[in-house]
Design a protein around this ligand. Sequence first.
Ligand code: BTN
Length: 330
Amino acid sequence: MIGNSGRILKILRNSRDYISGEDISAELGVSRSAVWKSIGKLREKGYIIDAVSNRGYRLSEGIDLPISDEIHRYLDTECFGSEIIYMDSVDSTNSLAMTLAARGAAHGTVITADQQTNGRGRMGREWISPFGSNLYLSIILRPGVSPADASQIPVLSVIASVRALERMVSDLPFGIKWPNDIYCRGRKISGTLCEMKAEIDRVNHVVVGTGINVNLKPFDDSIRDIATSLSIETDTEYSRVRLAAFLLEEFEKVYNRWLIEGNLEFIIDEWDEHSLLKGKQVDVRTVNRVVSGKVAGITTNGALKLELPDATVRFVYAGDASLHGASQGS
Ligand code: BTN
């Protein structure tokens, strides 16, 4: 953020107590009304700034909004998140990202939101997206690869999410359930919805939308047994802003390496280490059937490798896996 707003934000951050408009205007050499206008702009961006007469302004403690300026304080990427569009409320960051991508938004553009009113999960499911507690982030990608190769992107995104979560909380066990769910101690903490607009031989754009339960409190009976959050697991609050920056950094790293290598070989071991399904009997629901078998791992192009009861091997490219005999989604 440049200009007066950025400089005022810095002053507010550095001052422990209220600071008067007069002091700010003197420090910056601008008029009181310019200070007042800039404070208004900061509030529009989502900053909570208390104003008390005779005392001045104070930046509210603990603000953790995944807005562009905040994420950029931590973000160290070349391209991912160069542009970040924040919505306090949106139907779905993925839907907005798909619309913006169709209108030409650049590779690496990110949409974040504080709340989703129609958060979407895989297989037409809902993604519960309450206000102010979790991370909802979608990124627009324009990979110069075939649609078949682009289907490897969900594997990259789940590895990026695991790495970001481990940077945030190093001692929690995060496990991957193919294709891209992340579980912690038996309950789901993160999911990713990847959508693509493509022609038969060419990808127009891909949107990778990740939801991570960050500061969600013990909640709703309907999902209490199946979902968790970082805060539920550790009884601590975490910064969504820092998590967003970690996610974008890790995603850019694996994405760039994948473009160079051309396949997923370089992350197979890491995937195996975190896999909740490797060696287990599973049922995989695909578009038109259920395939049951033992998970042998994933291939270098992202397919799930299943050993069937008749000793043949089957590769599944898309679907929803659950432990054999368990209810769907578990
Ligand atoms: C799943 O596990 O089924 C995928 C959940 C994906 C949720 C994220 S939240 C950000 C983005 N916007 C959406 O509407 N969905 C994804």
